[in-house]
Write a protein that binds this ligand. Structure first.
Ligand SMILES: [Zn+2]
Length: 259
């Protein structure tokens, strides 16, 4: 048992044993081969289960075919509507908001199931297709610090990390800050939400130079009326960002949607 613990620590690059085999296992293809070799034993102890319903599946960190089949996917990237004053450069949504995407978000955000972050983040990443040489900056929608203390994490930041792990951009996790705590906006009309959020979000002091003239992808878990994302987009453009797209896990049609 001790040997196995040591070896797993090596695989994670944390073991200080100094053994060559362990050091090699922590990186490169040799390490990957060992991880692959250990998978059957790991799966025996921890059988892969659907991240939503918990039924048995073949691989860890995935959904079963039934749950996957209940998700709805948008056709194309949603363009901004200049007539309504939108200033973003497009909305990239992994799914359309429905019962299944809502259930996944509730488990992730309020149910403590943080293990959903990789699958939700990968689904967002799979919708981002950039052909330019320079990777975009990936910036999550910020939470006020008191909300982070209450919840313990920023769900958008966790999704942003997964998008970056998938190679879709460079992470600037604290590029935006929420300087004013606002009440829950779920039950308010769109115009009121925009009014409340005015001046509530800004680019962090010191991040202006990083953001300037860059393409930015703003990461949110669910996009509803767009009041929060609009405040973020305005702050980023004001700081000199070249363009800002919004990427979310679920795109809701109804402004009153509340997660
Ligand atoms: Zn399932």
């Amino acid at each position: 048992m001790e040997a196995m613990a040591l070896h797993l620590a090596c695989l994670r690059g944390m073991c200080k044993c100094g053994k060559l085999a362990h050091a090699m296992a922590s990186r490169g293809s040799f390490g990957k081969e060992i991880i692959e070799g250990l998978k059957p034993a790991f799966n025996l102890v921890y059988p892969p289960r659907c991240a939503s319903c918990g039924c048995s599946i073949a691989e860890h960190g995935a959904l079963c075919s039934d749950c996957w089949g209940e998700l709805e996917f948008p056709g194309t990237v949603e363009k901004s509507d200049a007539s309504t004053g939108e200033r973003h450069a497009g909305i990239i949504a992994a799914t359309l908001y429905n019962d299944m995407s809502r259930s996944l978000l509730l488990k992730f955000k309020h149910g403590g199931k943080l293990s959903l972050a990789p699958i939700l983040g990968r689904m967002i990443a799979s919708r981002i297709h950039d052909e330019e040489d320079e990777l975009p900056l990936i910036i999550p929608v910020p939470l006020h610090r008191t909300r982070i203390w209450q919840r313990g994490f920023n769900q958008s930041a966790m999704l942003a990390r997964e998008v970056v792990k998938a190679g879709r951009g460079e992470l600037l996790v604290d590029g935006l800050v929420r300087i004013k705590r606002t009440r829950s906006l779920g039950d308010l009309p769109s115009a009121t939400r925009h009014e409340i959020l005015m001046g509530a979000i800004a680019v962090r002091k010191g991040a202006h130079d990083v953001v300037k003239e860059r393409s930015v992808i703003l990461i949110d878990d669910v996009l509803t009326s767009g009041a929060t994302s609009t405040a973020c987009v305005d702050a980023l453009l004001y700081a000199g960002a070249d363009n800002v797209r919004i990427a979310c896990f679920a795109r809701a049609a109804r402004a009153s949607t509340r997660i």
